[in-house]
Design a protein around this ligand. Sequence first.
Ligand code: NAP
Length: 242
Amino acid sequence: MKVALVTGANKGIGLETARQLAQHQIHVLLGARDAVSGQAAAAALHAQGLAVTFIQLDISQEADIAAATAHIQQTYGRLDILVNNAAVFLDGEWYGNNVETVPPQVLRDTFDINYFGTVALTQALLPLLKASEAGRIVNVSSISGSLGIHLDTAHWFYQMKPYAYSASKTALNQFTIFLAQALQNTAVKVNATNPGWVQTAIGSDQAPLTPAEGARSSVALALLPADGPSGTFTEAGETLPW
Ligand SMILES: NC(=O)c1ccc[n+]([C@@H]2O[C@H](COP(=O)([O-])OP(=O)(O)OC[C@H]3O[C@@H](n4cnc5c(N)ncnc54)[C@H](OP(=O)(O)O)[C@@H]3O)[C@@H](O)[C@H]2O)c1
């Protein structure tokens, strides 16, 4: 049975990603920083007959990363799928451009999770992903991280420039490219995705997509076959500008 870790999986797109991967007969480690909601989410999926186990994981905490890595090493000896889904949106407003005023602490707190935490966790788990026959890393990014879209005055997203969140996702996109290139002679594939605009705490209840629909891009990239791509940025299979 393949083993997957999904971060930030106690709710939203992460929870649905965990559910859908488990429905593919994959053992899913449901990562959450909050033990109460994480255990409740794992228990709900387990009650549906799915192989899901809660794992305590605040991706901004080195001790949590070390403990999760040691647990996966000792229990499974490898990791087949890592879905870097956890993130925060701390800018407050989606509309407008706050680059002149966004507090440095908001930038730091956003980067601590969306970028530094994601990179540190991925680096820690790389030996276990390389130990898999077909390691897959999915970085859940955003069109907000796309430089191309922020330069395209005709794009519907052009008016939305929350700087901290957007910059953290741009950095994550670059991590995706560099890591895919570093791993090109291995069996590990690394891809970034935009889930679409999804009904979650980050996406708001105005969004058109359900969390289950938003999880589909992550799940498809997590299940890529051996001849699938690496180093891409897509939404539902469509290429996005970096
Ligand atoms: N919804 C959209 O329209 C949309 C669009 C583009 C991209 N995305 C991306 O999709 C991903 C999932 O977001 P979502 O929309 O499902 O929002 P969400 O419901 O707010 O989920 C975010 C998840 O990340 C977790 N998280 C935050 N900081 C964490 C940390 N330090 N360690 C571990 N987990 C942490 C949250 O845990 P808590 O419950 O403890 O806060 C929560 O489980 C994010 O990467 C987001 O940027 C979403």
